[in-house]
Each structure stands twice: as C-alpha cells, then as structure tokens.
Design a protein around this ligand. Structure first.
Ligand SMILES: Cc1ncc(COP(=O)(O)O)c(C=O)c1O
Length: 393
C-alpha cells in the first residue's frame, strides 16, 4: 500500500523528521566541548518537562530501567511501598519491586477507574509506624487510558501526615498531561523517550525532588548501573550515563527539546494533546450510540490525553479488528490488555501528531467497522472534525 503507516499505538510513537535527522551524526569524541555543552543544555532544560526537578537522571534504557532504578535507589530490600494497582503497567512495576525483594502493598482499582486518593490516604493513615516508604502511582495507566489525579493523591498523603516519598510513573503522561512536580510535591517522575518525548525507545529518565536525592544517599544497599549517585556528578559527561554517552540520542533529544520550545513549551504541547484526545472521544461517543462499544474509563475527568481505550462487545473479534485496521488501512492501534485482551482497542494519540493525522486514523477505524460489519453509530469521524474545527488552538 502506498502512503505512510499511521502509528497510533501508545508508544512507540511518530518520530518527527527533525529528530530522526538528528540521529544521522557521525561519532564524536564525547569530551569534545561542543558535545559536552549540547548534553549540558539538555540536562539544563529537562527539569522544565517535569515541572521543576532538582536532578534528572538519564538511563540508556527503556522505561523498565527507570522503574528498576527508582526501586533500588529509594527502597532498601525488605522495605515496603504502596502501589496504586490500576492496570497492567502499574501491576508489572509492583511485580518488579517484589522480584527485587521489596514488599508491595496494593490499593487495587478496577480497569475502568483511576486510583482512588481516599483509599490511598486510608492505608497511609493506618500505617502509623510508617513502614510504607514510598507511594507508587502511574500517572497515565496505558493499559486502561485512565489518568490519576496526582494532586488529589498528594493531598491524601498530606492529610494522613505520612512521610512516604511520592513516585509517579510519567512514562505515558510526560508531554501529554500537566506535571508540576515541585509545586505538587512529587518526589520522582519517570519518563521514557518513545512516547510523548517523540524519540525512539532507548532513553529513560528519573526526575528527582531534593527529598529523592537525599533518600538515594541514605539507601545503603549495593547498586551498580542503576545507581543515581554517580550520575548526578555533571562534571564528567561519561558518568551522567553510567558509561559511554548515547551520542546520537543526545542530538535527537536536543531536537525534541527544541521542537517543544518552538511549539510554545510544555503547556502548549499538553493543550494540543488535550484537543486531539477529545476529538477521539467525540468519535467514540458517536460510535458507541449503537450500543456495541464504549469508552473504557467511566469518569470523564480521568480520561487520558495520551491513549483512549475502547471496550467492544464480547461478540466482536478484537484480534481480527486489530489485524484488519492494520493490514487493510495501515492504522496501527494497541489491543486490549489483561481482562480486556481481545475485547478492546487502544488508540494512542500522543507525540508528534496533528489534526489530519488523528482524523485519518479515526477514518481507518471507522472503515474497519464497516468492513467487519461491527455495528456503530454513524458519523464518528464527522463529530471529531466538527470538534476540532470548533475548538481552534
Ligand atoms: C505507563 C507505562 N509504564 C511503563 C512502561 C514500560 O516502558 P518500556 O516498555 O519502555 O519499558 C510503559 C510501556 O508502555 C507504560 O506505558
């Protein structure tokens, strides 16, 4: 088929040409002053992506690396964390912590909801001995499309007067949801390059508050590659990365930071994501009128700007749907996960995207309903176009 593939997985996402071109660089001596200053310019600007970090750690790793790095730097083996277990990714994060010998207490919630701040607060209030050392929350749970209320959870931690560190997986929310980690009292925000950051997989980040920095110095257990401490010494560029700097990724990161700045900064980028996400929800709202599909997340306030999960009737063959939309219309969307496997699809709307790209993807999905005879309300794409036209930037 001619034309481009429409990548609407919730990661990896589209890579802008300028970012791709930035990779086409020969190797340089990594102590070359121009490379060192490029790296330092990235580290100087990265805190703004998270809303005021004291330090940003960069791993040459996928998001799982940032997960592990966070666990081993803020928790000793045997210490307890409280996990808001809201879907596949938060669940796997907890599993990793268990495998690394940390204790995990979970606040469960259904796959249709975001974590409940009150339930988190109640468990913290009951923990009068302060066994819980950290609260782990996925800002956007990519398997469900729900976005946690980060400030309400902070308020619940404060109401319980609990000293636990507050750790947020921002892997799907960085660049798609507002984050002011300094003002909101978040201690660690994790990110990965292949989502809202518009890069290929390969870099992951831990943005740290002063308390998180302090904590990693108190933790006594052995660490190697994942250790935050040597990486905070910006004097030697090699140590920032725990080894040879990922040179081409740094040029690409510089290009991504520039693109965000040119768009008007993080607030403008988040606002674009909010519009595009709402356009997708407008389409799904119309498709749902025939009674055979619906938005997964029940509370409209908690629907994410990064990914929309659509539940389908059990009699719809979800696997075939994914195959047809990809193979016939070249629109790639994510499948349902956990209890939604084979019964849902997830439209990623994050990263380097504009209106016609979203409308194109929705068109491919709507055509797939037609081709497969999946009953749906007529006019989903029209509703999305009308929404975008009536809500200019
Ligand atoms: C919210 C969230 N956390 C963590 C991960 C894991 O990231 P990675 O696949 O880069 O290891 C993902 C991946 O999609 C994710 O969506």
């Amino acid at each position: 088929m001619s034309g481009r593939e429409f990548i609407h997985n919730p990661g990896p996402t589209n890579i802008p040409d300028r970012v791709l071109e930035a990779f086409r660089r020969p190797a340089v001596d990594f102590v070359d002053p121009s490379f060192v200053s490029l790296v330092e310019s990235c580290f100087a600007e990265l805190p703004t992506w998270f809303g005021g970090a004291a330090e940003v750690i960069c791993y040459v790793a996928v998001g799982h690396g940032a997960w592990e790095g966070t666990i081993v730097n803020i928790l000793e083996p045997g210490e307890t964390l409280l996990l808001a277990d809201a879907g596949l990714f938060s669940n796997r994060w907890g599993e990793m912590a268990t495998n690394l010998g940390r204790r995990v207490e979970s606040v469960e919630c259904s796959m249709r909801e975001a974590p409940d701040p009150e339930a988190i607060g109640a468990l913290l209030a009951a923990d009068t001995e302060h066994r819980i050392k950290a609260v782990f929350v996925c800002h956007t749970e990519t398997s469900t499309g729900a976005t946690a209320d980060i400030r309400a959870i902070r308020a619940a931690i404060d109401a319980a007067a609990h000293p636990a560190l507050y750790v947020v997986d921002g892997i799907a929310s960085t660049g798609t949801e507002t984050m002011h980690m300094a003002d909101w009292g978040v201690d660690v925000v994790l990110a990965a390059s292949q989502k809202g950051m518009m890069m290929p997989p390969g870099l992951s980040f831990c943005a740290l508050s002063p308390r998180a920095v302090e904590r990693c110095h108190e933790v006594d257990s052995p660490r190697g590659y994942w250790d935050w401490r040597p990486r905070m010494n910006g004097e030697y560029v090699y140590m920032r990365f725990g080894g040879t700097p990922p040179e081409q990724h740094m040029y690409a990161l510089r290009a991504a930071l520039d693109l965000v700045a040119e768009e008007g900064g993080m607030d403008a980028v988040v606002a674009r994501h909010a519009r595009l996400a709402q356009a997708v929800r407008e389409a799904v709202g119309v498709w749902s009128e025939a009674g055979h599909m619906e938005l997964n997340v029940l509370d409209p306030e908690r629907r994410s700007n990064a990914v929309t999960c659509v539940r389908m009737d059990p009699d719809v063959d979800g696997e075939t749907f994914l195959k047809v939309v990809r193979e016939r219309f070249h629109v790639s969307v994510g499948g349902g996960m956990f209890e939604l496997a084979g019964r849902a699809f997830r439209v990623g709307h994050l990263g380097d995207l504009n209106e016609p790209m979203i409308i194109g993807a929705l068109g491919g999905i709507e055509m797939t309903f037609e081709v497969m005879g999946i009953p749906h309300g007529r006019g989903g794409v029209t509703a999305a176009t009308e929404y975008l036209a009536r809500h200019p930037v």
